[in-house]
Design a protein around this ligand. Structure first.
Ligand SMILES: [Zn+2]
Length: 268
């Protein structure tokens, strides 16, 4: 079965801790049979987003058919954040935006106008916006759902589908908010069945946090999904089809999206 991991990180380090290299990330994907991974920064969540976005793009250019970068911007920077989102999404290798309101210290209500502009920009480029969710402050599943309601034309993904504490409201919010999706990244065994049943088979995706977690945790998280009591067609959607659709991989194949000499995007 084809598998897309919708939630991984590729960075040199997380604060003082070195993280897996691109080669190690690809090795881990190969071990468990993951074809493609959406890659996010981790250090860029603390500042200097453009440099980290450029680093992600460099990784993706090396293997565009396997690594799909999501840009991160800091909405506290106002217009500069919108500009950086446009710059990145101008390059077709970027297929999404990633926010971590908790680590980025952004209360969505305090940056409301900028956040709305960035989500509209993502909608114009037809790419999803993934938020870390499941932890206070700023990143409860309810707060992310509230942002999704502000811009109904944007595709908003709960990066952890409630994580542990918010799985049950996550299922109901995914059901009730048409543009809200859930990336099942970290929930416990049994949660996936609940999320699919409540939120809908077309709205749940698989993610692992590989890159900040080790490859054996990727294997464990994938096993939680593979061992779930789901019909084959639903399993295919969760592991591949829904991600393929949100990333527009059929309409805009990534392998042909960028030439090696592309910049980070002209803003066009
Ligand atoms: Zn993560």
């Amino acid at each position: 079965m084809r598998i897309i991991d919708f939630h991984t990180h590729l960075d040199e380090r997380w604060l003082g801790t070195p993280l897996p290299s691109r080669g190690e990330l690809l090795d881990g994907m190969d071990r468990v049979g993951v074809a493609m991974s959406c890659i996010f920064t981790i250090q860029g969540l603390y500042g200097d987003c453009p440099r980290h976005n450029d680093a992600l793009l460099e990784h993706a250019k090396r293997c565009p058919d396997r690594l799909i970068p999501f840009a991160t911007v800091d909405p506290k920077e106002g217009a500069a954040a919108v500009e950086e989102a446009r710059r990145c999404l101008g390059n077709p290798l970027f297929r999404g935006i990633k926010f971590h309101p908790w680590l980025q210290a952004i209360a969505p209500s305090m940056v409301r106008e900028t956040m709305v502009e960035i989500l509209r920009c993502a909608a114009e480029h037809d790419v999803p916006v993934l938020f870390h969710d499941g932890t206070p402050p700023y990143s409860t599943t309810f707060q992310v759902a509230a942002v999704a309601r502000m811009v109904p034309e944007a595709m908003v993904v709960l990066g952890h589908a409630g994580l542990a504490d918010y799985v049950y409201p996550a299922g109901r919010l995914i059901r009730d908010v048409p543009n809200l999706y859930g990336c099942c990244c970290g929930p416990r065994p049994g949660d996936i069945e609940y999320l699919v049943e409540t939120g809908g088979a077309d709205k749940i995706l698989f993610g692992s946090d590989f890159g900040v977690c080790e490859w054996f945790l990727l294997a464990e998280r994938l096993d939680n999904v593979l061992e779930a009591d789901l019909p084959g067609a639903v399993m295919e959607k969760v592991l591949f089809g829904n991600a393929e659709r949100l990333l527009r991989l059929r309409e805009r194949p990534v392998a042909s999206a960028g030439s090696p000499d592309d910049g980070a995007g002209s803003g066009a």
